[in-house]
Design a protein around this ligand. Structure first.
Ligand code: MG
Length: 255
């Protein structure tokens, strides 16, 4: 084997400018993207590793980053060394930090003890900005309303498919959330979500009709800021969560 490699061009400066951009095709001067380490996939036994530039919101060791919506310290329970479990009727919990447009990863599983059907089975939720819910539900062979099934944008859009695994098995949600934008108190750009459930696309940049409502229409009548906490719902069921991480997205396209 040769100990020299062939040195090839690292780009060009005599190519056409890409329409709408300042860069040429294969532009030698275009900045390279930052280098990060990838996430590793979770298995049922092993929690995955976040990518190296993620902010870890829950790694199984502590609930310190979380409080209840009313400000009380987190009353949910650490379990199995890597997860936390809803303590029913302690209330929703929220991250102490606030986020806007982001990529989010959450793993969760529903309890194996089944004492109700429909919305009474493994119900919880993941709320972006504390306002926009992706439904968490044990939707495995469990009839309910379509816009309330697992991974639904609750009350607005069912997922494209139901990718549920049985109760007691870990699920993953991978989400790209875009905060809504207001201009002088009027909606300029609605919130949008892309969601993968267990690796399968279930919402593709779905524009939302407003913050989540129950048995009511959503709207953007009450403007809110571009950031808010991540909220996990206490709906009375002992749902567990693990490996929660987030990447704030200052921009959705490279420069
Ligand atoms: Mg819910």
């Amino acid at each position: 084997m040769s100990d020299e490699i062939r040195v090839l061009p690292k780009g060009y400066s005599d190519t056409p400018v890409i329409p709408g951009q300042v860069w040429r095709v294969h532009d030698v001067d275009r900045p390279m993207p930052p280098v990060i380490a990838p996430a590793s996939d979770a298995t049922q036994a092993l929690v995955g590793e976040p990518p190296s530039d993620a902010l870890v919101l829950f790694d199984g060791t502590s609930t310190d980053g979380w409080i209840h919506r009313n400000g009380d310290s987190c009353g949910w329970t650490l379990v199995d060394g890597d997860a936390m479990e809803v303590t029913p009727r302690t209330g929703d919990i929220r991250s102490k930090d606030e986020f806007g447009t982001c990529q989010l990863h959450v793993e969760w599983k529903a309890p194996t003890e089944i004492y109700a059907d429909s919305q009474g089975r493994g119900n919880s939720g993941v709320f972006l900005l504390g306002l926009y819910e992706i439904q968490v539900l044990d939707g495995y062979e469990n009839p309910t309303y379509a816009d309330g099934v697992t991974a639904a944008i609750y009350g607005q859009y069912p997922p494209l498919v139901n990718v549920c695994v049985p109760p007691g098995v870990w699920h993953t949600y991978d989400v790209v959330f875009e905060s809504p934008e207001y201009h002088h108190g009027k909606l300029a750009k609605p919130a949008a979500m892309t969601v993968f459930h267990n690796g399968v696309l279930v919402h593709h940049r779905q524009e939302m009709q407003g913050p989540t409502q129950h048995r009511a229409l959503a709207s953007y009548a009450d403007p809110h800021g571009p950031k808010g906490p991540l909220v996990l719902q206490d709906h009375g069921d002992r749902v567990q969560f693990r490996n929660i991480w987030i990447r704030e997205l200052e921009k959705l396209q490279a420069d």
